[in-house]
Design a protein around this ligand. Structure first.
Ligand code: SF4
Length: 198
């Protein structure tokens, strides 16, 4: 396990809104299963969608896609997502980027973009969103100071989580665990047969 937490980032703001344990694991650089199908799909989508419009901007704790603004418009920050299902976390993440940019003297507005559904959701840094972002930053900071991760609590997002096996699958003692491939198949079956995720 990583001993030193990584600094607060937009990604951690996203994770803390979904699962505090996931945020702790990420925040201590404990890598999830890299080939998890949804992580791979998300990377592919982020690399390929809106390619012609995109310019990447990296600052400590944030890596955002800047969409070329129309003349006279504020800078536009776009976050490309697979689905709006966890939009509360996506709004916090984007709000965090808008706040960081504003602190750096850059006026920007945001858009959540869902190319698979052809949906674009505008996001403004309202006072409500700003205080939710500030609260999430404080939560990440105090969470990462914990010496161990919070216990796993079953939530719908577990079915799609790259840490699923880390949290929920014991090694072969029960004779059911099987190979990684078998475990992933069982998880896929549960996902398709039941929970839709958070
Ligand atoms: S499997 Fe569930 S409890 Fe574990 S990190 Fe993922 S969402 Fe959180």
């Amino acid at each position: 396990m990583g001993d030193q937490p990584v600094p607060v980032s937009g990604t951690l703001i996203w994770y803390v809104a979904i699962c505090r344990r996931q945020a702790w694991l990420m925040g201590h650089a404990i890598e999830p299963y890299r080939d998890h199908e949804l992580l791979a799909l998300g990377r592919l989508l982020q690399e390929t969608a809106y390619q012609r419009q995109r310019r990447e901007l990296s600052l400590p704790g944030m890596k955002v896609d800047l969409i070329t603004p129309r003349e006279g418009d504020a800078l536009l920050v776009g976050e490309v997502k697979r689905s709006p299902r966890m939009q509360h976390a996506q709004r916090l993440q984007l709000g965090y980027y808008l706040l960081r940019l504003r602190e750096a003297g850059v006026a920007a507005r945001g858009e959540l973009r869902y190319p698979e559904q052809r949906i674009v959701e505008p996001v403004e840094l309202t006072p409500e969103l700003e205080s939710a972002v500030q609260a999430a930053v404080s939560e990440v900071e105090s969470l990462l100071r914990l010496p161990v991760p919070p216990p796993a609590v079953p939530i719908p997002a577990c079915a799609n989580c790259a840490y699923y096996e880390f949290c929920w699958v014991d090694e072969p003692a029960d004779g059911e665990a099987g190979s990684g491939q078998q475990r992933r198949s069982r998880r896929r079956d549960r996902r398709e047969g039941g929970s839709e995720g958070a």
